[in-house]
Design a protein around this ligand. Sequence first.
Ligand SMILES: *Cc1c(COP(=O)(O)O)cnc(C)c1O
Length: 369
Amino acid sequence: MVDLQAQYNRLKPEIDSEIAKVIEQSAFINGPAVKTFQSKLEKYLNVKHVIPCANGTDALQVALMALGLKEGDEIITSTFTFIATVEVIALLKLTPVLVDVDLDTFMLIPEQVEAAITDKTKAIIPVHLFGQGADMNQLMSIADKHQLKIVEDAAQAIGSNYQFNNQIQKLGTIGDVGCTSFFPSKNLGCFGDGGACFTNNDELAAQMRMIINHGSEKKYFHKIIGINSRLDTVQAAILNVKLKELNDFNTRRRRAADFYDGALKDHPEIIIPARTQICTHTFHQYTLRIKNGKRDDLQAHLKDQGIPSMVYYPVPLHQQEAFEQFLKKTPNLPNAVLLSKEVLSLPMHTELTNEKLTFITDAILAFFE
Ligand SMILES: *Cc1c(COP(=O)(O)O)cnc(C)c1O
């Protein structure tokens, strides 16, 4: 699905030398590369504060902790996402309220978000799934109207440009807090776990900095209960090299997506991923919908040819056993259920050659013949 090795080989001299520097300095925790990465990412995203942390799941947890919510407060988010988005809500004893997604874009349906608001609702978590943006224009105005916070889950969409109120902004910098992950296979991936929160709000930034550092601003003086969640210096050093390449990485992904689109767009049983006018798609995943119940057979056919493919996600979160006791009621969310039976993500990374892409698309088309 990804080719991290080929990407590393292209960047090897610079990455190796940056890692060696960290080891020589032996400043493994909060070393200089972390501060450098923080300010470089602030500049790249055009956001006031970046708070690096240990992984994307922690980033979401830290963002919710910083909002000062209380047990039972309701958080509205998508049922069609990676478990982390909803896991942290339940962990903090908040109540997840799961809403359906649009069949074409896989994003939260704003009208259904608004319909799910009660007097306990405190925040919305839009998930920018697969590299494209949720409808931030509508979601921000709903949040404004009902005085709700917005925490953007931008783990799959770092670098995507969104046209918000006629101004281009990076996804993750529009709501109160944005969260991302540097898991190796993400668009900006390190060599282990990593994550970050972003915000333009000084108070929230101070709060999040405290939370990731055991609730303290000054060593051994603890104001609140926090956690230990840091981005390793070695990972920051790797990310400093890779951040310079992020726009190129995303261009390479888009080029592969264009190839897939061209080869597959006219097939009656394949729906290619929709691209909205308002947001650049950075294709964390290239996800098809396969009609007429043929998805699993196609996947088996590709596997026989040595072509990997993945189902993101086979079970919507409102149907997961883990959430049974946390949901107010099990909702009826037919779009997500249908998508879980139709979606198929193809290999997507920065090193896909035309030769590989041709092999993959030929194998897909051959299946339908
Ligand atoms: C990857 C991912 C996360 C979690 O990131 P980790 O770094 O793996 O903890 C959260 N939300 C979404 C949508 C993701 O894809």
